[in-house]
Every structure is written in C-alpha cells, then in structure tokens.
Design a binder for this molecule. Structure first.
Ligand code: DX5
Ligand code: ZN
Length: 216
C-alpha cells in the first residue's frame, strides 16, 4: 500500500506543533519537511530548528528533502534534528562524492535518497542505483508548493520501477509535487511507494478523509 507523506510546507507555521499532531492523528505515515535555501531553489523555507520542533510533536518518521547547495555540510545537523530519511539533489553537491554521502547516511541508520527534478533523466542516477535507499522523483520543479503535477512524471516513475526491479529491489520510490486525490492512483499504479502531498492535504476540509482517500 502506498505511504502518504504530507509536506509541512503548506502548514500554518504559527502553530506547527498542532499541525503536525493533527497530521499524525489523521493517519499520515511520514512527515515530509521541505528545506530550501534560496540558492539551489528561489524560495526559502526553514531549517533545523523547525525540523527539531516537528520532531518534538510526533513519533512519525521525518523525511527531510534538502533543496540546498552543498547538502553534505548539513547532514549531521538534520540527523541531530530528528531526520529518519534524508534526500538531496545530487546536482547541488559541489565537491564531495555522492556515493560517499550515501554511505555516510547508511552508516548513521538514515534512509538516504537522491532527488531528481523533472528535467533530469534517470540515466543520471544509474551509477548510484545499487547504493540508493530511496529515489525521489519530482513531479513539479523543486521550489514551491501548490504547483500542478507534470503528467510526464508517470512515465518516469514506471521507468524507475523497472530499474528498481532490475538493480535494487529494496529501492523506495517517492514522488513529490502536485499530488492529490485525483492523480494519486496513477502515481501509485506507476510504481510509487511513497507519495508526498502538501497543498492537497492542507487544502482539504478534513485531513483524515483526504489521507484515507490518498492511501486508497
Ligand atoms: C516542492 C516540494 C514539495 C511540495 C509538495 O519543492 O519539494 O514537497 O511542496 O507540495 P504540493 O503537494 O503542494 O506540490
Ligand atoms: Zn519535497
């Protein structure tokens, strides 16, 4: 069954603790935290203190999506803040080995992932696929919540599922961006294991109903 990871990017930060507790009560599987630095992506969101505050309010695993330059510099800080999953955009890494970063995450018991924007093809990660725990397929361009799902992403998810089958059966395929109750079945049927949903969940009247429908 597909896991649902609501993104707190669309939450009301004036009451973040309450928002996170409500997500947990509403049946979320994972809490997705979108960290943006205003350099790798044009937007700035939040960093370690907010992730730490989220951690204090839930026992759900935190999935930290780093949209920042030189993500390797901040990995320890996000682990200390409570991350269980850490995903970074490998194109944002400047002077470190990607495999080295993935191995470091693994040695610390973190589920490590690489995120691919819509314009980056899967051939790009073929060389790391065997040491990847998770692949994050962006179905919008990283940077903002509330964008429209890019339909071509479905084909990419299917291709990723084929690579998973061939090279790394434990690979977790996560899909992020523009997912809602209308398109999630297509995302699931294409091979996604985890779906991130920000505005879809936070825009719903009833989060519990929404998450239940998303899960199917
Ligand atoms: C985009 C983020 C996504 C996004 C999800 O840069 O990585 O996690 O905020 O939000 P929605 O579901 O609103 O696209
Ligand atoms: Zn994200």
């Amino acid at each position: 069954m597909i896991k649902i990871a609501p993104s707190i990017l669309s939450a009301d930060f004036s009451k973040i603790g309450e928002e996170v507790r409500l997500l947990e009560r509403s049946g979320a599987d994972i809490i997705h935290c979108d960290v943006m630095d205003g350099v790798f992506v044009p937007n700035i969101s939040f960093g370690m203190p907010v992730v730490g505050a989220v951690k204090k309010n839930t026992s759900l695993p935190l999935d930290v999506h780093l949209m920042i330059i030189n993500p390797d510099r901040y990995i320890d800080a996000f682990i200390d803040a409570g991350a269980s999953y850490i995903t970074f955009h490998d194109v944002a890494v400047q002077d470190k080995s990607i495999i080295g970063i993935l191995e470091k995450l693994k040695s610390k018991g973190i589920i490590g992932g690489i995120a691919l924007n819509p314009d980056i093809s899967l051939t790009h990660i073929e060389r790391y696929i065997e040491c990847l725990d998770m692949l994050l397929i962006m179905s919008v361009y990283a940077g903002f919540g509330g964008q429209k799902f890019i339909p071509e992403s479905l084909k990419k998810i299917e291709e990723a599922a084929k690579l998973k089958n061939k090279y790394n059966k434990n690979l977790i395929i996560e899909v992020d961006g523009g997912i809602n109750t209308e398109n999630i079945r297509a995302v699931e049927n294409s091979g996604a294991d985890i779906a991130v949903a920000g505005s879809g969940v936070f825009g719903a009247k009833d989060k519990k109903d929404c998450i239940k429908t998303l899960r199917g």
